[in-house]
Design a protein. Structure first.
Length: 358
């Protein structure tokens, strides 16, 4: 363990003890906002401190075992203890470094999920529908709420474009690796010769902005139009101008929401999506400048990057960023997306750990 990491861990332990005392202070307990903030910080620090204490305890046990090796009668037993302690220390050090990795501030955020058909015509739209169902089933397994924001259906099924809000703790942390181009290889239902076609869809994952006010949008820069919804929602939606389209003129960013019956609710949802898009564009520009010298292998968020291929004839999914190949296409398409998400998360953590050790 480097001295820098040891210092960070000592500071975390001191802060943990300090918060523990503050949480028992009647004045703090009376201030609900302060108590809530301190409780959250305490819960965030606790796993790190408990691991650090286990590490120090194991260091003590290792020193004692090494002293025991001087005793001939206890030598073999002590040698085994030394080996066990060293293995445990190595594992605890890895866990501590993982816990020290800076957290993505958006990891706990809700997300806007956008799936768009790309090259491939009707088959691409059908594939976009398959991807949206995969994500919806995955969200359902996580007990997250999925609500449609905007839908443009394909002529023969699926979607030309579908945008949804996924609400649930940690949604962004699981979906953030999905941004990019997804490619499918299969025989379309309309293909009479049985030939395999290749089609593509793009996926964008945007963290929901906690407050529209946190993004500086001048109301005079907006053009707001209302129109009749063309999607599902019942007769009432289709007979009133409840759908809303907002254009941010300086960036030519256009969003629309047609899912709610109320024009007011649609406008609020559209403004939230617009804020997420503008913030994402600003952050992408900063990331591009920062990563000129070194592009991150995982989670770059580049929409043009081909990230994954779904090969139906072989029942295979390949993630090209980490050279991952799984012959579990049916399970993943049915919503078992953790089979892909977890290796991507591990690779991202390994890359960040490598940076910490440099």
């Amino acid at each position: 363990m480097t001295p820098e990491i040891a210092v960070k861990l000592d500071h975390a332990q001191d802060r943990y003890d300090e918060i523990g005392l503050l949480l028992s202070d009647p004045a703090v307990m009376a201030d609900q906002n302060k108590f809530r903030a301190l409780s959250k910080e305490y819960a965030q620090i606790e796993p790190l401190v408990l691991n650090f204490r286990a590490f120090k305890q194991t260091e003590t046990e290792l020193a004692e075992a090494e002293e025991m090796m001087a005793d001939e009668e206890l030598h073999d037993l002590a040698k085994e203890s030394v080996s066990d302690c060293k293995a445990q220390l190595a594992q605890l050090e890895i866990e501590l470094k993982k816990l020290l990795i800076p957290k993505d501030p958006n990891d706990q955020s809700n997300i806007y999920l956008e799936v768009r058909a790309g090259t491939g015509g009707d088959e691409a739209a059908i594939f976009a529908g398959d991807l949206y169902r995969m994500y919806s089933r995955y969200a359902e397994k996580k007990r997250w709420k999925v609500s449609l924001v905007s839908v443009n259906e394909g002529e023969h099924g699926g979607f030309k474009e579908v945008i949804a809000l996924v609400e649930g703790q940690g949604a962004y942390s699981k979906f953030k690796f999905e941004s990019g181009t997804h490619r499918v290889q299969r025989v379309p239902e309309t293909e009479s010769q049985g030939r395999v076609h290749t089609s593509a869809c793009t996926v964008a994952v945007l963290p929901e902005v906690n407050s529209v006010d946190s993004v500086d949008i001048n109301p005079s820069d907006l053009r707001i139009d209302t129109f009749r919804s063309s999607g599902a929602g019942g007769q009432h939606v289709n007979t009133t101008d409840s759908a809303v389209r907002i254009t941010h003129i300086p960036t030519n960013t256009v969003v629309e929401c047609q899912d709610e019956r109320s024009q007011h609710k649609n406008k609020a949802k559209a403004m939230s999506l617009l804020s997420a898009k503008i913030l994402d564009a600003e952050q992408a520009k900063v990331k591009a400048e920062q990563s000129e010298a070194r592009k991150l292998q995982v989670g770059s968020g580049d929409r043009s990057q081909r990230i994954r291929t779904y090969n139906y004839p072989q029942g295979r999914i390949s993630d090209h960023r980490i050279n991952l190949t799984l012959y579990k296409l049916n399970e993943i398409i049915d919503g078992d997306l953790d089979l892909v998400v977890e290796p991507l998360t591990e690779e991202s953590q390994a890359e960040l750990l490598t940076q910490m050790n440099q």
